[in-house]
Ligand binder design. Structure first.
Ligand code: PSV
Ligand code: MN
Length: 428
């Protein structure tokens, strides 16, 4: 039962509207002094959307344990209901990315549920990093790069089936992440393994519908701990170059060594027209899959700074795929996803406030201190009134988390969805 009704949202918005108006006007006045039109920024931010990963609405886990929450979605239809609530409240998550075979269902039913929740389908994610029941060949030693051609063929066919379902539900992209790699020096021939991966990827690419894109995702380690076939953006770029115009590199923020300068990777991929999009999350140590901007909001801002810079110079691909990819182990996933979508909009809003004329002048002058201050000034600006007003423009909630809690959605669905079994572990 959906307790997040239009009237609840309207009621709650009315409570905060007078304060919000005052704060918005004050910020508008301040920004106008530096030549920034708050309305234009609000419209841009409000139009910015990020996809929800279907697997993100379930409680995540680690290798050690998973502690299920109450009212967990039982299947893709429950997941789409939860995604609908997130979008209704934030207005920031218009699409959902499916993971196959976890989300396999009848295409008609999927379309109908998505339409009911005012959602679209984003990229399809294939899964050749786990074995499924009834599967003939195991992926224990790899999938698209496996030494055995029948196993590679099985992985290729799985990707083709993802495209097929995707076409039936209006998706326009396939995201491929493989866990292939090795755990020991000498376990695999690094060159031959990559050759095999490329051959398989070429076969998938050949079957890509004309208006589709193929995104490949690099990851430095895990589940393989000595080497990974697509370990970094360099290898990812080689793949995209080898495959062709519709192949792009996807940057998952957690898939790099700590302290890697991701904004620079973004700049390079934009410059050479191979940035496909993002999987947003945050991390402290590795692929922690923490909530976006929960650890390092400045890094997220710097990434958006590159995107805005590219947009202004006309080099930004307008079809970038933005998705959250996080694991929610200790929070209500719906709350985490709402907060994360809003953090992404915050970083975007702050990046839009950067005084680019001043920044350029300081850069030309080699005035490092002042150039850095220009960025800091934008980053320090409290853009919350812009975000909240942007949500109101879309009839969403000024304060999504407060409305969600007032609506008691989790309690209501917990009555219908049986409690998940304890003791399981794994990434989803
Ligand atoms: C791998 O760590 C990854 O980032 C890929 O995007 C997967 O598809 C996703 O996580 C799901 O666990
Ligand atoms: Mn990812």
């Amino acid at each position: 039962m959906n307790t997040i009704t239009d009237s609840l949202i309207e009621q709650q918005n009315e409570l905060v509207l007078p304060f919000l108006k005052t704060d918005y006007e004050a910020l508008g006045e301040r920004l106008a002094r530096t030549g920034i039109d708050i309305k234009a920024v609000t419209e841009k931010v409000s139009a910015f959307g990020v996809a929800i990963p279907s697997w993100g609405v379930g409680t995540g886990g680690t290798r050690f344990a998973r502690f299920p929450g109450r009212g967990e979605p039982r299947d893709i239809f429950d997941k789409l209901d939860d995604c609908g609530v997130i979008h209704r409240l934030t207005g920031a998550t218009p699409s959902v990315s499916l993971h196959i075979p976890w989300d396999v269902a009848d295409a008609e039913d999927l379309r109908a549920k998505a339409a009911q929740q005012n959602l679209r389908f984003d990229a399809m994610n294939s899964n050749t990093f786990q074995d499924q029941q009834q599967q003939v060949h195991s992926y224990k030693f790899g999938s698209l790069s496996h030494t055995d051609s029948a196993t590679r063929q099985q992985a290729i066919e799985h990707n083709l089936s993802c495209i097929e379902l995707g076409e039936a539900i209006g998706s326009k992209a396939l995201t491929v992440w493989v866990g292939d790699g090795s755990n020991f020096p000498g376990q695999t021939n690094l060159t031959q393994q990559f050759e095999r991966y490329l051959d398989s990827a070429k076969t998938i690419y050949k079957s890509l519908p004309a208006d589709w894109r193929l995104y490949t995702e690099h990851k430095i380690y895990e589940p393989a701990f000595y080497s990974t076939v697509v370990q970094d953006w360099g290898t990812n770029y080689l793949i995209a170059q080898t495959l062709g115009d519709r192949a792009y590199c996807l940057v998952d923020l957690g898939h790099h060594a700590p302290n890697v300068n991701i904004e620079m990777i973004v700049a390079r991929l934009v410059q050479f027209k191979k940035l496909g999009g993002f999987h947003f999350n945050d991390s402290k140590y590795g692929d922690d899959d923490l909530d976006t901007a929960s650890i390092d909001p400045f890094r997220l801002f710097l990434i958006f700074n590159e995107l805005v810079d590219a947009d202004l110079s006309g080099t930004l691909d307008q079809r970038l795929a933005h998705m959250l990819d996080q694991s929610h182990n200790v929070t209500d996933p719906i709350e985490s996803l709402m907060q994360s979508a809003m953090e992404i909009q915050r970083a975007y809003a702050q990046a839009l406030l950067v005084d680019r004329v001043a920044l350029n002048a300081f850069q030309e002058d080699n005035d490092a201190l002042m150039a850095a201050q220009v960025l800091k000034e934008a980053f320090r600006t409290d853009v919350e009134p812009i975000l909240a007003m942007g949500r109101l423009l879309k009839n969403a909630a000024a304060n999504p988390i407060a409305v969600y809690r007032t609506g008691n959605y989790r309690e209501a669905v917990a009555k219908q969805r049986p409690e998940a079994k304890v003791g399981s572990s794994g990434i989803v």
